[in-house]
Each structure stands twice: as structure tokens, then as C-alpha cells.
Design a binder for this molecule. Structure first.
Ligand code: PAF
Length: 182
């Protein structure tokens, strides 16, 4: 299992002759992995030749600074859980400055109003923040499949709209899991 902290290193690794044509699966997470995440990782391992799990607590999707500060950071435990599943998994764990080198900012999207209703009504900017980081990861990794929990149903629909809007050739996959908790 390998951990990458820098976009350039991950890209260099993905561009090696051995990896260039491999089918890649991406599982974006904010860490604190649980059963639901691991189900997504297992699905990716079954469907792809390379699986990348991103572990990144994305500041721009938090509405309250206190929620961001208290978000659990359990990298060592997360690594161990992934290692138990497969030592072939690649982990991408960038610093905030790596993903937002010009300072924190959020892209503007038009998701047809979906971003403003339900959870979006109470969390202004949240889905634009999610889409900003998911788009960055999809552009970086260019996976064939990317995996999102079904429990976050609105987020899942936003991500599907994102790939359609930006014409990103990644298939968005989900898995149902009773135990998916966040
Ligand atoms: O569902 C999450 O954990 C996050 O919203 C995601 C998709 C990893 C983006 O930061």
C-alpha cells in the first residue's frame, strides 16, 4: 500500500508504463472510515485494476468552522483498515495547501436548483464545496469509476450532475449499505 501526499507524485505513479492503461477506481472520503466506506472500496477493488482512496477533509464544504475543527482525523486507523482489505490500495492524502494552492475557493456550478433544496437549504455553498473537490480529484485521477455512498443521496445526485455538466468520462457508482453512517 502506498500513500501519496502530492498531486505530482500520484500523477507520476499513474503515468508509469505499468499503470497507464489500467482501469482506475476512485473512492473519495474524508477519512474516519467505516463499514460503508469499506464496502465502496471493496466494490472498487472488484471492478478496477487500481483503487485509489482519497482521504481529505475538505474545508470548503463545511458551513461552520467548529464542525471542520472537530471533524475526526484518524489517518493511522484508516490506513490499517485499508491495509487489511488489500495492500494494493493507493491512498491520496493531500494537505489543504496542495488542493487549494491559491487559497480556499469554491467553483460556481448550476445544478438546476438541486444545490439549494433539502440539505442545501440549510447548508449554503456546501454542495458547491463538495463538487469543487470532487471535480479536482476526478480531473487528477481520471478514474473509470468513482464510488459514493447511497446514504448521501443528494450528494450522489450532485456528483452525477457534475460529471454530466463537465463531461467527465467517469461512471459514478454507488453501493447500498445499511451500515453506511456518517
Ligand atoms: O462524502 C464525503 O465524505 C465528502 O463529501 C466527499 C465526497 C469525500 C467530498 O469531500
Amino acid at each position: 500500500m502506498r500513500i501519496f501526499h502530492f498531486k505530482k507524485d500520484l500523477q507520476t505513479h499513474l503515468n508509469t508504463v505499468n499503470n497507464r492503461h489500467k482501469r482506475i477506481g476512485l473512492v473519495p472520503t474524508m477519512g474516519a472510515l467505516h463499514f460503508g466506506h469499506l464496502a465502496l472500496v471493496r466494490a472498487s477493488l472488484a471492478q478496477n485494476e487500481l483503487t485509489i482512496v482519497s482521504i481529505f477533509v475538505n474545508p470548503v464544504q463545511f458551513n461552520k468552522q467548529e464542525d471542520l475543527l472537530k471533524y475526526p482525523k484518524t489517518l493511522e486507523r484508516d490506513n490499517n483498515l485499508l491495509q487489511e482489505i488489500s495492500d494494493q490500495i493507493l491512498i491520496f492524502n493531500p494537505a489543504v495547501s496542495e488542493m487549494y494552492p491559491d487559497g480556499l475557493s469554491t467553483n460556481t456550478y448550476n445544478f438546476g436548483g438541486l444545490e439549494h433544496v433539502m440539505e442545501g437549504e440549510f447548508r449554503p455553498g456546501h454542495f458547491a464545496g463538495v463538487a469543487t473537490i470532487v471535480e479536482a480529484f476526478l480531473q487528477l485521477v481520471q478514474p473509470k469509476h468513482a464510488y459514493f455512498g447511497e446514504k448521501d443521496f443528494q450528494q450522489l445526485q450532485i456528483v452525477k450532475k457534475l460529471v454530466a455538466l463537465k463531461k467527465i468520462p467517469t461512471t459514478i457508482e454507488t453501493r447500498f449499505s445499511y451500515e453506511f453512517e456518517k
